[in-house]
Design a protein around this ligand. Structure first.
Ligand SMILES: [Zn+2]
Length: 398
């Protein structure tokens, strides 16, 4: 599905990536990424269809912290304390707060503790259930597009943290936020920042992110949809995981900034990142060609986007006998990634010395590795893709 630039409306620009990914539960998805030569916004184009993405969020909510009984990571908890403190000094008057994309409910629980009357919306039933169960946070389970309020209902703070980049029509969503704000209301937006490409993690251009904003393009979109950014867009280049930026906004007269200067820089940043990522996948492909036998059973551990990319970008499925995908998330059992069925870790015969297990996650590689080798009588051959990238040991075990 081709889509024009949501900031300047251009349909032109440079194609950065175009691939077909097998995605868990969704079959094969055609998607690509395009840099807009008019304004520098990077967008998913062609994009996964909206109904496909909604199905993905509804079925496989990735935001429920399954490994920590639903609790957020320590770095998220620390970050939230700092953010709530900052908002308290900038917005002394508390009132009604709506979070669009309330995920596990943790953010709203902290804002409620700080004095806000909170409500969340999220398309994932699992996330809404968790928000209610863990924190007693009230939510409506729906997409932002289908969220209905009573006539005259308004909010003092609309909160969008890592949401805008997921939306097919971010300009429409911001215009909607503006209509939901009461007099003196504020909009808070936090998104990944397209700056400092050395810090973008593997798989930065991914299924769930439809727009990639630089500070200039985020501010441009906010101004176009009738917001002024108080104090300008603030960038945290050294945030955990990847650079982020934040904007605290008030309603203003819409205008249209000139973005030609910003455009070239975002292209150079994307090209630098993509060339590094391409080399990384070539390294992974060479490692797999060495480590995975052709004629004995192979399982891939992890049914996430890393595996979609692994299957699209390496010759593993062509060369080896991939018999399934293992994932600890029960939501994914019984689904497929391409032709491969997703099974529970308890279904694996770890004692089979002919079995090869390829761990297909970077962030959780060590954790998964320990889970496998600590199984009683484990004889399977375990392939790690990132162990020699700063981690202990060799790339292949045993
Ligand atoms: Zn544009």
């Amino acid at each position: 599905m081709s889509r024009p630039c949501s900031l300047c409306g251009a349909t032109s620009g440079r194609r950065l990536v175009e691939e077909r990914w097998p995605v868990v539960g969704l079959g094969e998805v055609d998607l690509g990424f395009r840099w807009c030569d008019g304004c520098g916004l990077v967008r998913q184009d062609p994009a996964a269809p909206q109904e496909t993405l909604l199905r993905y969020y509804t079925l496989f909510s990735n935001y429920t912290n399954p490994g920590r009984s639903g609790r957020p990571s320590p770095h998220k908890q620390r970050g939230m304390t700092a953010l709530v403190d900052a908002l308290a000094s900038q917005l002394p008057r508390r009132g009604r707060c709506l979070q669009v994309g309330s995920s596990d409910g943790y953010t709203l629980s902290r804002l409620r503790d700080a004095g806000w009357d909170v409500h969340g919306i999220d398309p994932s039933p699992a996330a809404c259930d968790l928000a209610n169960r863990l924190y007693g946070v009230p939510t409506t389970c729906c997409s932002f597009e289908t969220f209905r309020t009573a006539p005259g209902d308004s909010f003092d703070l609309v909160f969008l943290s890592h949401v805008l980049e997921h939306l097919a029509d971010p300009a429409g969503a911001l215009a909607r936020c503006r209509r939901l704000l009461g007099p003196d209301g504020h909009l808070f937006v936090e998104v990944p920042a397209l700056v400092d490409p050395d810090r973008w993690p593997p798989g930065y251009f991914s299924l769930e992110h439809l727009s990639y904003f630089a500070p200039e393009t985020l501010e441009g979109l906010l101004r176009k949809t009738g917001f002024a950014v108080e104090g300008g867009v603030r960038v945290w280049a050294d945030a955990p995981l990847y650079p982020i930026m934040r904007a605290l906004c008030v309603p203003a007269t819409a205008d249209r900034p000139d973005l030609a200067g910003a455009a070239r820089r975002t292209l150079d940043d994307c090209l630098a990142y993509l060339s590094r990522e391409r080399r990384q996948w070539q390294r992974v492909d060479r490692l797999l060609a060495r480590a995975v036998p052709a004629h004995t059973p192979t399982l891939v551990w992890g049914a996430g986007i890393h595996t979609s990319q692994l299957l699209a970008r390496t010759g593993l499925a062509r060369r080896a006998r991939v018999e399934g995908i293992v994932d600890s998330d029960p939501q994914k059992w019984g689904q497929r990634v391409g032709p491969h069925p997703v099974v529970s870790p308890d279904r694996v015969d770890y004692a089979d010395p002919r079995l090869t297990i390829v761990i297909s996650t970077r962030a959780s590689e060590d954790e998964v590795y320990r889970t496998i080798v600590e199984r009683p009588a484990c004889k399977a051959r375990v392939v790690r893709l990132y162990a020699d990238q700063g981690g202990p040991g060799e790339g292949v075990d045993p």
